[in-house]
Design a protein around this ligand. Structure first.
Ligand SMILES: CC1=C(/C=C/C(C)=C/C=C/C(C)=C/C=C/C=C(C)/C=C/C=C(C)/C=C/C2=C(C)CCCC2(C)C)C(C)(C)CCC1
Length: 314
């Protein structure tokens, strides 16, 4: 099956999210247990998109380290993840604030269309829909989750729901007005994500966003850049990502066994998932940046070879 079917991802994802938002608006609020299960499933579905860092890293590192490339890669990944956990244990509120800011940028740059000069504003509008919207619509719930993740972190919810929300709403309005040719698909997607975070409790809305929109989109983009963009390539990439995804899931399982005696299940699950995601996010983003930098150096090297060759021909 050609990737054409996968290209329809945005339409399918937006339809699912609209249905979820409508269901959230009319049905009673799901129990905490249902919300936690939704979070676990959403994050499990999204793990392979992070584990796809592996083939990307291979492309960069194999040239330099040959068959030993996994050693520096795993060392870099686990080292950065351990550093995040250390920082989180020493200054949790600062670590949470940095994680939220990085997430706005990460989700925003992933979802914003290449809008030229408007891109930073579009990234803030799209990324804010995932982090600022829930804090605005469910300030109390988000404050108590932040408090679980970092003692004293609850105040960040009020900050997000106050001045930052004003800037975020301004960025959406400005973006919708500034686009010369209205980009309907991207604008509808943005408003749908906001509706999901307005209609559903934060954990459930995040699970849906992450598992239905963000992770599949990143995986499909990875497939398209892996050469032949077919579902066979997608299958191959997912098989490559399986061991690291399972290792990350197993680490979460072990952490749950160790923590569950000393705290409630909901506190243990929420902390493991979000602090664990923060630990994986930093190497995940750092690798993306390193990859883009290497690619731009390669293509400028290639460009200079071409222009050099053209100059020689003249
Ligand atoms: C390769 C490798 C590996 C693996 C990896 C992986 C698997 C990754 C993944 C990654 C990933 C998978 C990532 C993710 C990211 C995510 C994020 C970035 C998130 C964010 C979130 C947020 C920000 C949230 C917020 C909130 C809260 C917290 C509460 C409620 C409300 C809200 C929603 C606001 C290992 C380590 C084994 C080893 C080495 C190598």
């Amino acid at each position: 099956m050609a990737i054409r079917a996968c290209d329809r991802h945005r339409a399918v994802a937006v339809t699912l999210l609209v249905a979820a938002a409508l269901a959230g608006a009319v049905l009673p609020t799901p129990s905490v247990t249902v919300q936690l299960w939704a979070l676990v499933v959403g994050v499990a579905v999204g793990l392979p998109h992070g584990a796809l860092d592996q083939p990307a890293a291979r492309a960069v590192l194999q040239g330099r380290f040959g068959q030993w490339w996994p050693a520096p890669f795993i060392g870099f990944y686990l080292g950065l993840a351990a550093l995040v956990l250390l920082v989180w244990s020493v200054v949790p509120v600062i670590a949470l604030a940095l994680f939220l800011s990085l997430s706005v940028a990460h989700f925003g740059l992933g979802d914003a269309e290449p809008d030229g000069a408007l891109r930073p504003m579009a990234a803030f509008a799209h990324g804010g829909a995932v982090v600022i919207a829930p804090a605005t619509f469910y300030q109390k719930e988000v404050a108590s989750i932040f408090e679980v993740l970092a003692s004293g972190g609850g105040e960040l919810a009020a900050f997000l729901a106050g001045p930052i929300a004003v800037m975020w709403i301004g960025s959406i309005a400005a973006l919708l007005m500034a686009r010369r040719t209205p980009d309907w698909a991207s604008s509808i997607e943005l408003l749908t994500v906001v509706a999901v975070f307005a209609a559903l409790p934060p954990l459930m809305a995040f699970a849906l966003y992450f598992g239905v929109l963000h992770a599949p989109r990143a995986t499909l983009a990875e497939t398209a850049s892996a050469g032949e963009a077919t579902c066979a390539t997608l299958g191959r990439l997912l098989r490559t990502a399986a061991p690291a995804s399972l290792a990350a899931a197993a680490a979460g399982g072990v952490a749950f066994m160790l923590l569950r005696d000393g705290m409630s299940t909901s506190v243990a699950v929420t902390s493991i998932i979000f602090i664990g995601l923060a630990a994986l996010t930093v190497p995940h983003i750092a690798l993306g940046v390193a990859l883009r930098w290497t690619e731009s150096r390669r293509s400028s090297h290639y460009r200079s070879l071409l222009t050099g060759a053209a100059a020689a021909r003249r």
